[in-house]
Design a protein around this ligand. Structure first.
Ligand SMILES: C[S@@+](CC[C@H](N)C(=O)[O-])C[C@H]1O[C@@H](n2cnc3c(N)ncnc32)[C@H](O)[C@@H]1O
Length: 274
């Protein structure tokens, strides 16, 4: 019964674009109209409806928590893991004169940490609902959250750094190529691109295998579920080079963050220069 209800809520909150969880226009409108004193709790509740950000099942001690306790615990876990990612991975590339872009920023935890070290942050995502949550829980005076359709608001050749964590594994090759080209256009000459990628997760399938599964379950997962693709490192390198990037280097995340605090650490980073 509860599972059936969850599926209905999941489908009702989907946005127009593929993989746009909590992206429905009405989700954004309700968050905007909510009285100020309820906004934060409503935003955290909305985030708990997406498969991306808050996880109850993975953490046994979360199972016994009330909803209010669970969303606060997950808020703290996300804040702390993104603070560490900022300190361990991005900080060496940041300074207070820079404009940077967080691609697939989700609820803005990493954008908020980064905003303390740079002049300007753009957080870009394809879900209108999650962007509104980010504005509520992780807003700051030098951060602007934009939908992917609003990229024209960022001047071409104006960014020092574009980074993206836990995002490209959810997009197809054709979408990834478009993202790489779009970001190339926004970066300054010599600007840096840092992207987290999944290349060796044993149990994950590549995009071709997902497409090959034409069973009813496979097709429903493709259309409504969270898609997660692993990739071949060399193919990704070629994709970056074809989009115009140079000095493309793939590095295990473990070299930068040895302490395990999030699943992104078991993966790789790809560094490139415009
Ligand atoms: C797992 S979350 C990661 C959020 C954030 N980067 C972090 O590390 O905390 C993945 C995010 O990517 C966004 N996303 C997925 N496909 C996208 C696309 N094609 N363009 C922009 N954002 C996308 C999702 O809406 C979601 O917010």
């Amino acid at each position: 019964m509860l599972k059936g209800l969850n599926v209905i809520v999941h489908i009702l909150t989907l946005g127009k674009e593929r993989q746009s969880f909590i992206g429905a226009r009405w989700v954004e409108s309700i968050l905007r109209m909510a009285p100020e004193k309820y906004k934060r709790q409503l935003a955290l509740t909305v985030l708990s409806l997406s498969p991306h950000y808050f996880f109850r099942q993975n953490t046994p001690e979360h199972l016994s928590l009330s909803h209010a306790e669970f969303i606060e615990k997950e808020f703290e876990r996300n804040s702390s893991s993104r603070e560490k990612l900022c300190a361990q991975v991005l900080l060496p590339y940041l300074n207070d004169t820079q404009a940077v872009l967080d691609y697939g920023c989700g609820p803005g935890f990493l954008a908020k940490s980064v905003s303390r070290h740079v002049r300007k942050v753009y957080g870009v995502d394809l879900s209108k609902g999650v962007l509104e949550c980010a504005r509520i829980i992780n807003g700051s005076s030098n951060t602007t959250y934009l939908h992917t359709t609003q990229l024209s608001e960022i001047e071409g050749g104006s960014l020092d750094l574009v980074y993206s964590f836990a995002v490209v594994q959810h997009v197809t090759d054709s979408v990834l190529k478009d993202i790489l080209v779009a970001m190339h256009g926004k970066l300054k000459e010599g600007g840096k691109l840092i992207v987290h990628i999944v290349i060796d997760e044993e149990k994950w399938k590549i995009e071709k295998e997902w497409r090959r599964d034409i069973s009813l379950r496979g097709r429903l997962k493709w259309k409504y579920g969270l898609n997660c693709f692993k990739r071949d490192g060399e193919d990704v390198r070629k994709m970056f080079e074809s989009a115009g990037y140079t000095s493309v280097v793939i590095q295990p995340m473990k070299e930068l963050c040895p302490e395990q605090y999030d699943d992104v650490q078991a993966q790789h980073l790809i560094h490139a220069v415009r």
